[in-house]
Design a protein around this ligand. Sequence first.
Ligand code: PMP
Ligand code: GLU
Length: 398
Amino acid sequence: MQKLSERINRLAESATLAMARMSRELKAEGKDVIALSLGEPDFNTPEFIKDAAKEAITNNYSHYTPVPGLDELRNSIAKKFKRDNKLEFTKDEIVVSTGAKQSLANICLSLLDPGDEVLLPCPYWVSYAEIIKLAEGIPVEISSSVTKNFKVSPKQIENAITDKTRMFMFSSPCNPSGSVYTEDELREIAEIFKKYPNIYIVSDEIYEHINFTDKHFSIGTIDSLKDRVITVNGVSKGFAMTGWRVGFIGAPLWIAKACNKIQGQVTSATCAIAQKATEEAMNADPKIVTNEMKSSFLKRRDLLLEKLNSIKGIKCNIPDGAFYIFPDVSYFFGKSDGDKVIKNADDLCMYLLNSCYVALVSGAPFGNPECVRISYAASENNLLEAAKRIQIQLEKLK
Ligand code: PMP
Ligand code: GLU
């Protein structure tokens, strides 16, 4: 009998990766698909980072490394945390993993017991909820909307806290809304958590360098939370290194040790060559590396926002970071193209994919079922063409 575990049956497929898979399938059939579904920079990894990897191969970095990462890499990450974020970590408080995705899984598996609740301000990145469920925790959504710039208030957070709350997990800049919590807002949120010493905060800062306000603030610098913040980061977004699979955490030693223990049994360390490349990325001035990419993203954001805002029924906030727009599309729910009624954002995404070959992701798995996510990590031509196609198709809905 082919019987899968209940654990895997409970797990949803990653919505971002599912949409990327469907667009690849349509492309293979010869369809002219514009994929704005996957969140990855459309830039190549900078040459100096690639050179470091080539050198690592020549120098025989072909062996297992220590499970939490090479000493020299963790020392570089400690310096980066200090330089960019004013965070103090020793090498042993840093664990390098196979992408920030694994870092998040390590944290949840290390800290959550069955039934523990994790507060997720909406919208949140799709994999948070599923990783929490994999660790037998319970995701608890805190709602938000486009009119609130997709941010939650300290009061909303406090209202969601129960005896079972173990963790608060968020990203700023946020995937998928692009919202950036300011230092003041994070300090106000920290005031709430001061009263609840058993709640741990997971601060996912993977879009740190794609922040158009240029003011990134790390909640882990706030004294009252120092011992309970786990800062997650990686090279996928800021350094255009999605395929290298390197993410990392800075955490209190006992949590870092637990993550190390899990990783030691599941994957060992990440690829030695990718670690050497990451060391080079960490030592570089991030402003120089990411400036060009950031200004392209800003230009594209403005271009796409202008087009989307001219479509009747679409409501956007102005994202301050990352490379996504997360419009409210609920105006179209209940409308039909004469053939099929669009009931929700999932239907709208399938309608756009199948009728005009533009791939977006439904907001439902991000906690905002009235929205869709559009990645603008694509060429200006593709963005303009996609916006045109979207407009034509949406205008057919009556
Ligand atoms: N956090 C957020 C908010 C993300 O958007 C992503 C995207 N992949 C990740 C974590 C994981 O990144 P990676 O595993 O590529 O380091
Ligand atoms: N984080 C990206 C996204 O949100 C990459 C895909 C994934 O890992 O889910 O699309």
